[in-house]
Ligand binder design. Structure first.
Ligand code: 5AD
Ligand code: SF4
Length: 476
């Protein structure tokens, strides 16, 4: 299969800038002040990053932003297709806009993101949600100015969702949600085709941004005062395989680590099949790279892993975790994703997942009951276990992890962590919240002026998901 990844050219971007200006002029003629846009984001960090680009473009087109849908002149839902629950929420929330659109016919309602890339969903929107004005897929986000212009001026609804391998668009304006923390996509798409997952179908083939483009964006973030930067990709370990000359993810990390400034680098997600010793060694040796490894294992049973098309075994996964712990010791924090009730999984096989959870001692887990996705191989497999039974297994898993998380937290009592103070805490009025290298939250009493700085904080009382602490000494 020949893969064609397109880099959006300067003239194409220029054309979008022209559309942006046209929308701007149009809005000025229609509204006395700035019209309001409400962008609602579902799903993962990649979607959050896409929404930040959508807001960047909207801002250039002359929109201001609001949280309330019922105040907006433009409503955009950036959707997620990874599980049924996410889809149901989108349909529920879009359905709820029908009445609003009747009384506010000039408000534009737009849907984008992973769900819209699926044929059966687009068909349903076309047929049953006639009040939706604009639908666009994951590969045309950079063309928002043009698509919005058409929706604002044309008589017909606009559907633009080409089924292609993917594009890379640089130079799109970004309006970030947070000042101190940023999401930085380093690659898009996924080639792994895990048998349960819809992502490779809706996000296209793996494609890496050029090193120069990433470094430029990273430096801009640091000079804007951003302190925690998370590098994003569905499988960051295969970063750079498609670049010429080739570059590994570990090499990219080293380059970013060597840049000047006081910042911390995080990354997600790593796939165990591509996680190399070189990467773990790089994590251990680079002082600005957080010692947090999010390494989803999905199941602890080799037969299920094979049926999931994960391409590693339980033993390989454990050897990676053991090596990472050898290198980083107690500083390492492991988190993982798990699917409960994959088609055909037996209770005995699920017990292997539980025993792996016991072995790896993760700080926290993201756990999901299997959700069939249209078009994936797993959706065609026999799935005899009832949902209620799977929910019982899930409760068993959560109880085990809650105990382990508690035990892990208890080990930290009396320890001091270098933390990034990111905002106000929830324990009381004068509490601040800070994040450790391992992505744990410590709340402590302190002055608001500390927000946005790194501080050493000593843990006084570990609770289950949060720790209480006190400021040890101020760093410059
Ligand atoms: N059902 C349940 N969970 C899923 N995930 C991906 N696809 C599905 C599905 N069909 C989970 C995986 C993945 C995380 C982002 O979502 O655990 O790592
Ligand atoms: Fe989905 Fe697997 Fe790709 Fe992750 S690696 S996005 S689970 S196909």
């Amino acid at each position: 299969m020949a893969v064609e990844i397109k880099r959006i050219s300067e003239p194409e971007l220029k054309q979008q800038n022209e559309y942006s200006q046209k929308v701007n002029n149009l809005l000025q003629s229609r509204y006395s002040g700035k019209p309001l846009a409400c962008v609602v984001t579902y799903g993962c960090q990649q979607n959050i990053a896409d929404s930040e680009r959508i807001k960047g473009m909207l801002s250039e087109m002359g929109y201001a932003f609001c949280e309330e849908r019922t105040q907006a002149n433009l409503i955009i839902f950036n959707t997620c297709a990874v599980r049924e629950h996410a889809e149901d929420r989108v349909f529920g929330n879009v359905g709820a806009l029908k009445k609003y659109k009747l009384s506010h016919p000039d408000t534009i309602i737009a849907l984008c993101g992973c769900m819209m890339q699926q044929e059966h969903i687009a068909k349903k929107i076309k047929q049953s949600f006639s009040f939706v004005d604009l639908v666009f897929g994951t590969h045309v986000v950079h063309r928002l100015p043009e698509l919005l212009y058409k929706a604002l001026t044309g008589k017909r609804r606009v559907f633009e969702r080409p089924d292609i391998d993917g594009v890379i668009a640089e130079g799109i304006p970004v309006k970030r949600d947070e000042e101190n923390r940023a999401w930085l996509p380093i690659m898009y798409g996924c080639n792994n085709f895990c048998s349960y997952c819809v992502v490779p179908y809706v996000r296209g083939r793996e494609r890496s941004r050029r090193v120069d483009d990433i470094v430029r964006e990273f430096k801009d973030l640091v000079s804007d005062g951003c302190k925690e930067i998370t590098l994003l990709g569905q499988n960051v370990n295969s970063y750079g395989k498609d670049l010429e000359p080739k570059v590994t993810f570990a090499e990219l990390l080293k380059m970013l680590n060597d840049l000047d400034g006081d910042f911390r680098i995080r990354f997600m997600t790593s796939h165990p099949k591509d996680c190399t010793k070189e990467l773990l060694e790089t994590m251990a040796s680079c002082d600005k790279v957080a010692t947090h490894l999010h390494l989803p294992f999905q199941s602890g049973n080799d037969r299920v892993l094979k049926a999931m098309n994960r391409q590693y075994t339980r033993e390989k996964y454990l050897s990676l975790i053991n090596y990472a712990r050898e290198l980083m010791g107690d500083n390492l924090s492991v988190t993982s994703d798990i699917i409960v009730g994959f088609p055909g999984e037996t209770y005995e096989e699920f017990q292997d997942t539980l025993s792996l959870v016991e072995e790896i001692k993760a700080t926290s887990l993201f756990t999901f009951i299997y959700s069939p996705r249209v078009g994936t191989p797993a959706a065609e497999m026999d799935d005899p276990i009832a949902y209620e039974e799977k929910s019982k297994w899930m409760r068993e898993l959560l109880a085990v992890q809650e105990r382990i998380s508690g035990e892990q937290m208890a080990l930290h009592k009396g320890k001091t962590f270098k933390c990034f103070v990111y905002g106000k805490g929830k324990q009381g009025d004068n509490y601040l919240a800070a994040r450790t290298d391992g992505n744990l939250i410590i709340e402590f009493e302190g002055d608001d002026g500390l927000i946005g700085t790194f501080q050493n904080i000593k843990v006084t009382e570990p609770l289950t998901y949060v720790m209480l602490g006190e400021l040890e000494r101020t760093e410059k």
